[in-house]
Design a protein around this ligand. Sequence first.
Ligand code: KIV
Ligand code: NA
Length: 275
Amino acid sequence: MKTTATFKEMKREKEKITMMTAYDAPSAKHLEQAEVDMILVGDSLGMVVLGYDSTIPVTVDDMVLHTKAVKRGARNTFVVTDLPYLSYHADLTETFVNAKRLMQEAGANAIKLEGAGEVIETISKLTTAGVPVVGHLGLTPQSVAVMGGYKVQGKELEDARALREDAHALEAAGAFALVLECVPDSLAALISEELSIPVIGIGAGADTDGQVLVYHDVIGYGSAHVPKFVKTYANVSDVIQEAVDQYVHDVKSRQFPEDKHRFTMNEEVLAGLYG
Ligand code: KIV
Ligand code: NA
């Protein structure tokens, strides 16, 4: 099992870190088999598997349930779980209760929190308490209503400076890695260069220390719209649709089940039923 130290070492050795989301046991198993470095149980599960149109409705219970499933599918892979919307802002006691559930009850190896400001102090307290934390800056989907949409962040000088300062503050607070989402590649490169903790990019160009993508986007499963920064490696939705269409057709047309799919019983027992 890799550790937070492994990831820092990978950055020093300039080995790219691979991260992908998973929300259930079979997807986690595929990722472990592919030797992905880190699995993220992202609150994106609200959109990609629960059918919500944002991450806002996702609860700590949801994250616990899906993290448990992921851990069962990938027992030897480092798993990071998102603390969901408004589960780490109100007061520190509540934040600790939620972090504890993800670490103890669900078995996460680390947690991820979005944003800066007061969240930085929270990250410092969690780290001091022994909870490994990943920061998340740039486009932070839990704040989409405040940001006014899913937009690239840090394009203007003032925003870019603020983002860079926040990144340094997160490192100083003890975060062991940082996810940078939807920022210009040159800004992401600068921040990756300056920080000693690994920067994992999504829509942040090629010069971050690692990359993260959503499982369903990578395999082309269920996602109607994929953002510009995604590379889709397969079209699993088409394969699934073809299979279920064929199943429905085969049952209606009596082509399924066939003899080989049935169970038979002893003729005498059968005769007894009629006798
Ligand atoms: O929830 C998620 O999938 C994420 C990644 C996009 C970084 O936070
Ligand atoms: Na997330």
